[in-house]
Design a protein around this ligand. Structure first.
Ligand code: SF4
Length: 232
């Protein structure tokens, strides 16, 4: 598997779990606010690289100390071996979380069918009409995203939807669109954009804490649970 990063301990990437986070290299999208820009835009031979066995050995050495493994990126579903990797982590007794942009519903389904994924966090980039701008791909086809969201809402595994809110890309109308689209979903998390440097595009801004709380109240009636991240 193409692994470009490993966080050996994370307390925030997997709800209520101590986890290791595995970052796969490469992504099919070019979100201007991507904070893993190097994982996405750098040629494969210029990215940091971990051997799959090296990461599996690390996970084996942490059995009983960590609860979970997060498969993040980049876009993990671009990796053909992601199912095998999830199975290996599961066989070690870990709970496994997948972070995905939702573009590959067939691969998502196959992973769920195999039974080695316990939790999925899917990005909802924006209202569907604003997806092309928000993912940096002119003419982007949203059908895969719609299908992935519908698969998760069937509730085969625990899941959350999440949106990173950027002042230059998101409005209250976008959030209302998303709320109606995903009405009834388990969890919706609003993350405030923070400029951590190394983005795909510069000149972007987040929202104030007051604005973020107001957005949360706007969508709260439509979801079982709404939470904020990156907000004081
Ligand atoms: S989907 Fe995620 S990894 Fe890919 S470009 Fe967008 S923010 Fe970055």
């Amino acid at each position: 598997m193409n692994i470009s990063g490993l966080q050996k301990l994370s307390l925030v990437d997997f709800p209520r779990k101590m986890a290791a986070t595995v970052f796969t290299g490469g992504c099919n999208l070019r979100c201007p606010f991507c904070h893993n820009a190097l994982l996405v835009t750098a040629p494969a031979d210029e990215r940091e690289h971990y051997e799959t066995q090296e990461v599996l050995d690390f996970l084996a050495s942490r059995k009983g100390l960590l609860d979970g493994v997060v498969l993040s990126g980049g876009e993990p579903l671009l990796q053909e071996e992601v199912g095998e990797f999830a199975a290996a982590a599961k066989a070690m007794g870990y709970v496994v979380k997948l972070d995905t942009n939702g573009c590959f519903p067939g691969r998502l389904c196959a992973l769920l069918d195999a039974g080695n994924i316990d939790y999925v966090a899917m990005d909802i980039k924006n209202s569907l009409s604003n997806y092309p701008t928000t993912v940096g791909i002119p003419g982007f086809d949203v059908s895969g995203v719609r299908e992935s969201a519908a698969i998760l809402m069937k509730g085969r595994v625990d899941y959350e939807f999440r949106t990173t809110l950027v002042r230059e890309l998101h409005t209250e109308e976008d959030l209302m669109y998303i709320a109606h689209w995903l009405n009834g979903a388990n969890r919706y998390c609003l993350q405030n954009f923070v400029d951590s440097g190394g983005l795909i595009q510069s000149g972007l801004h987040g929202f104030s804490p007051g604005e973020m709380h107001a957005f949360a109240e706007t969508v709260r009636p439509y979801f079982a649970n709404v939470s904020l991240r990156g907000v004081d």
